[in-house]
Design a protein around this ligand. Structure first.
Ligand SMILES: *Cc1c(COP(=O)(O)O)cnc(C)c1O
Length: 405
């Protein structure tokens, strides 16, 4: 048996389909987001596709908290949460998270992926007879968690309340149900009607599980996410989030009732059998959350920067999905051109935007997913817009008519 050949053949197929992934090898510069050195590219670049949406990963308060905790407690946690790995910093962070979402408790995981996988996997497996109603565009980590649980799953059309209601109605009244969905969807940047979904869940006696990964830190008066902004946090059974995107550090969590968190803590393999996050990481995340609870400056600047980039793209007629969030998907609609534009932006203009191709998005909807931040300068924006304008012409891509203006 030639095992290497089996692997290599599949990689060749991936390359032939233009779906092979190339990583930009970056070295971010402390305190200087969005600038970085690209070691396998042109050198100095500006990053335009980061999920460190607010630049908190370079914030002085976050860095100071991590330095302080490193000097106070050392490098790693030293164990699983159960066996010597629960540090004071973890407990403080969980209290911070419970408070952020107005819940009795919160539970930390090593990433947002693991939090979805472990929490959904455990809840859906252990609530007898549970049927999960999962939005069609849910993240891979939710899909994998539900699959792993072995619970029956019903997929409802993305953000479609009529379809969700039809599917809830079709289930027996006494069947336990959970509606699992996201607030901000990361590829199209659209937002779920959370209150209306909660109305349906209440009417049909379902639990609700909301992934707010792309919203925590960014929306709501204290950065509690879309559910905070809409005043509906108390209506959700579980709010799940990440510490790795807008909060700029690493880790994931759920916030829920004390009983639900205790349940997941007690039964979830993906929580129990893995080393806890380093205390310095927990301290950095706590500092980031504390700052964003009281400061709306970053959120306001972020939204202003996003609006500006959208307006500048409209000026030159570049097609982008008009959504109510901070994610700007510029539609190329061709995998080869999408990769080409991304390569040229990097090599000729020092602008890093990873192309998003199938299978992350459907074929024909290949795109550049642009995420402006409060720390992109006016010069960064000017450079981005003029480079995109040139490349759009070079690739003979269609523009949007200026009719609306
Ligand atoms: C990124 C992402 C996650 C995973 O969070 P990590 O902390 O990066 O593991 C979960 N859900 C959604 C919707 C995501 O986009």
């Amino acid at each position: 048996m030639n095992y290497e050949a089996i692997l290599a053949n599949q990689l060749t197929k991936l390359k032939d389909e233009h779906n092979y992934r190339f990583f930009a090898e970056l070295e971010r510069h402390r305190g200087a987001f969005p600038s970085a050195t690209c070691h396998n590219g042109p050198g100095e670049v500006a990053i335009w596709c980061s999920n460190d949406y607010l630049g908190m990963g370079q914030h002085p308060k976050v860095l100071a908290a991590m330095h302080e905790a490193l000097d106070r407690t050392g490098a790693g946690a030293g164990g699983t949460r159960n066996i010597s790995g629960t540090s004071h910093d973890h407990v403080l962070l969980e209290a911070e998270l419970a408070d952020l979402h107005g819940k009795e408790a919160a539970l930390l995981f090593t990433s947002g992926y693991v939090s979805n996988w472990a929490a959904l996997g455990t809840l859906c497996a252990r609530i007898p007879g549970l049927v999960v109603l999962s939005d069609a565009l849910n993240h891979a980590s939710m899909i994998e968690g539900i699959r792993h649980s072995g619970a029956s799953k019903v997929i409802w059309k993305h953000n479609d309340l009529d379809d969700l209601e039809a599917k809830l109605r079709a289930l027996p009244a006494n069947t336990p149900k959970m509606v699992a969905f996201e607030s901000v969807y990361s590829m199209d940047g659209d937002i779920a009607p959370i209150a209306e979904i909660c109305d349906l869940a209440d009417r049909y006696g379902a639990m609700t599980y909301l992934d707010e990964v792309h919203a925590v830190g960014l929306y709501g008066p204290r950065g509690g996410g879309i559910a905070e902004r809409e005043g509906v946090m108390d209506r959700l059974s579980v709010i799940e989030g990440t510490l790795g995107k807008a909060f700029g550090v690493m880790g994931g969590y759920i916030a829920a009732s004390a009983t639900l968190c205790d349940f997941v803590r007690s039964f979830a393999s993906g929580f129990i059998f893995t080393t806890a996050l380093p205390p310095a990481v927990a301290a950095g995340a706590a500092a980031s959350i504390q700052h964003l609870k009281v400061s709306s400056t970053e959120r306001a600047m972020h939204q202003a920067r996003v609006a500006e980039v959208r307006a500048r793209l409209d000026d030159i007629g570049l097609p982008h999905i008009d959504n109510p969030s901070h994610i700007i998907p510029v539609m190329v609609g061709d995998p080869v051109k999408c990769r080409y534009i991304s390569d040229r932006l990097l090599d000729d203009h020092g602008i890093y935007i990873q192309p998003i191709n199938y299978p992350t998005v459907p074929k024909g909807t290949e795109r550049l997913r642009i995420t402006p931040s409060p720390v992109h300068s006016q010069a960064d924006v000017d450079g981005l817009v003029s480079a995109l304008e040139d490349l759009w012409t070079q690739c003979q891509l269609a523009r949007v008519p200026m009719a609306a203006q």
